[in-house]
Design a protein around this ligand. Structure first.
Ligand code: DC
Length: 234
């Protein structure tokens, strides 16, 4: 298992998916799970300051999350919400929702179940998030903490938004990146931080393929590729 943590805009999702494909492993996007709960909370019209009501919505939400690195199935009670969870409303509201301890407890338990199931069935999984190496899987054999300067991360987020047809400017993207970093790293429940035994990789000056090469090398050294279906393709 590979735990992939770090703030947004570091290339975490692309890197995690590509690495999972290269290793022949499964993939879990835990951020999508927090986003799905946030969408359910917004749809329920719940006050974002009401932690009890938020936890209640989270408990009743039927989350469906795929674990294939090729197609990320994301459903809410069977409805495909893959595009909607990336929208501005969810992105703004996700920090307060993911700061609610009962939401984290619920999702962490669900994430551990999914990880166990995929490890048993596929043999490996790359899990991306903020607290994977520190809380969800503190025993993960390889923990990566991806970083990049706020400037670079804002440029990437803005390009992503434009490509997806969402309105975006660099200044707005930078403010949003910095705001979310601040909220995610200062919250009381499982703040964003690198695990002590995580390998920190700064992606500011690297393209995705260079990051993948470096990480696959690390996985090889940790013995994570033994018996792995994709080993022959290295
Ligand atoms: O990776 P992302 O941008 O889709 O994550 C959305 C939000 O969810 C992010 O602001 C922080 C939160 N999150 C979290 O608290 N813990 C995780 N393991 C993953 C995401």
């Amino acid at each position: 298992m590979v735990a992939m943590d770090g703030p947004s805009g570091t290339g975490k999702s692309t890197v995690s998916r590509k690495l999972a494909t290269k290793l022949g492993a499964g993939y879990l996007d835990t951020g999508a799970m927090y986003r799905m709960v946030t969408l359910a909370v917004l749809r329920a019209g719940v006050d974002l300051a009401d932690a009890v009501a938020i936890a209640d919505v989270a408990r009743k939400t039927e989350l469906g999350i795929g674990t294939s690195p090729d197609e990320a199935a994301v459903t809410l009670a069977g409805e495909d919400v893959a595009a909607e969870i990336r929208g501005a409303d969810v992105t703004t509201a996700v920090s307060p929702v993911s700061a609610v301890p009962a939401v984290r407890e619920l999702l962490v338990a669900r994430q551990r179940e999914i990880i166990d199931e995929v490890l048993g069935r596929v043999g490996g999984i790359v899990v991306e998030g903020r607290d994977i190496g520190t809380v969800v899987s503190p025993d993960a054999p390889l923990k990566i903490f991806l970083t990049a300067s706020a400037e670079v991360r804002a440029a990437r987020r803005s390009a992503q938004d434009s490509a997806a047809g969402r309105e975006s400017t660099h200044a707005v993207a930078k403010a949003a990146v910095e705001r979310r970093d601040r909220l995610d790293s200062t919250r009381a429940a499982s703040p964003l931080r690198a695990a002590e035994d995580a390998v920190e990789v700064d992606t500011s000056q690297l393209d995705i393929d260079q990051v993948i090469v470096a990480l696959a090398e690390l996985a090889l050294h940790r013995g994570l590729l033994e018996g792995c279906p994709a080993e022959a393709a290295r």
